[in-house]
Design a protein around this ligand. Structure first.
Ligand code: SF4
Length: 337
């Protein structure tokens, strides 16, 4: 089996992730692809020149690497897709978006999860917990269930569906696998705070995180984030001119929602204008003169990147709170169906 091992951000070669290239090489050969695109998130970009070389050696195809940022499976480089016969999109699971010539090559982390699951079992309180994770660890979910069982805990997994490809998988924009479960507590296997915060806010239940890389186990506290978001809504309450951000990315574009929010704001006497962007960055908003914005793009733009912007950026449910369409007590994490 042809496997490329890549490191996120390391200059010392490949290790850390498994990328199964057999499928891709087989398809390139079967379809006679003469020109192949490669697209990867920043953490895997260092692997792409070596991958390109490997593909060229094995298939004779010419490879073009996408140099633009890539944030998720929602963010297929549509222009490069038009230039190539096949496009390899690395690191994300297919969310059902993108042209037929895209092949999603998921990146699998190799960490053994047994120790971190044992550690998490000591922090979990319920005897039946929902198990959630991201694409990088979803192949290890049976190991998580076994580890919990050994500790007298039953693990439950919510079904795949919509943009979620695997049972138990969560995306930064979808927590449907968690919401589908009737449990009092969740275990999240993965890195970072964003996904477990999303699970906690989408379900209102206790979430314990287990980080396979650092081995750390922690309970999620939603209060600091909710305080920040309340602060952003309050600041936006002083604004009169709002930009409604609409993404060009195929899996982030929510035109109907953007139009509804624009109308909602206008009905409250606010000046609202639609702004169509690819990558949403602070500099791009500066000259528009907006005093606040509501983003219909990836939920992470408003929730994760807020500190980068001079103006408050709200999610759609937060904007609804601002204009009185929703109570603060009904706060919802932004998700994309
Ligand atoms: S919209 Fe955001 S969270 Fe959802 S897949 Fe794209 S980058 Fe990830």
């Amino acid at each position: 089996m042809a496997r490329a091992h890549s490191t996120a951000g390391s200059s010392s070669g490949f290790s850390g992730y498994d990328l199964d290239l057999d499928k891709a090489i087989d398809l390139i050969q079967k379809r006679g692809g003469r020109r192949v695109g490669v697209q990867a998130p920043e953490g895997l970009k260092r692997a792409t020149p070596a991958l390109a070389q490997l593909i060229e050696e094995k298939t004779g195809a010419e490879v073009i690497i996408s140099g633009d940022p890539c944030f998720g499976a929602c963010d297929v480089d549509m222009q490069l897709c038009q230039e190539v016969d096949l496009m390899l999109h690395l690191g994300h699971s297919d969310i059902g978006i993108g042209p037929d010539n895209v092949i999603f090559l998921e990146a699998r982390m190799k960490e053994d999860l047994r120790d971190v699951v044992d550690k998490a079992a000591n922090v979990l309180k319920a005897k039946r917990v929902g198990v959630t994770t991201t694409t990088q660890h979803v192949h290890k979910i049976d190991q998580v269930l076994e580890g919990l069982k050994k500790n007298g805990i039953q693990g439950a997994i919510g079904p795949a569906g919509g943009r979620v490809k695997y049972p138990g998988q969560v995306l930064g924009c979808s927590y449907s696998t968690a919401r589908a479960l009737d449990v009092e507590e969740y275990l999240f296997i993965g890195t970072g705070q964003f996904h477990p915060l999303g699970i906690a806010l989408a379900t209102g239940k206790r979430v314990v995180t287990a980080d396979p890389v650092t081995g750390e186990v922690a309970e999620i506290d939603t209060d600091p984030m909710l305080r920040r978001r309340f602060g952003a809504i309050s600041r936006a309450g002083e604004a009169k001119r709002f930009a409604v951000l609409l993404s060009k990315k195929p899996g982030q574009k929510r035109m109907a929602l953007a139009l509804r929010l624009k109308a909602l704001g206008e009905a409250r006497g606010l000046e609202m204008f639609l702004v169509y962007l690819d990558n949403i960055e602070p500099d791009r908003l500066l000259n528009l003169g907006a005093e606040a914005a509501v983003s219909t793009a990836c939920p992470r733009v408003a929730l994760d990147d807020a500190a980068k912007y001079r103006i408050p950026i709200l999610t759609p449910p937060e904007f609804e709170v601002l204009v009185g369409e929703r109570e603060w007590e009904e706060y919802e994490f932004d998700e994309i169906e």
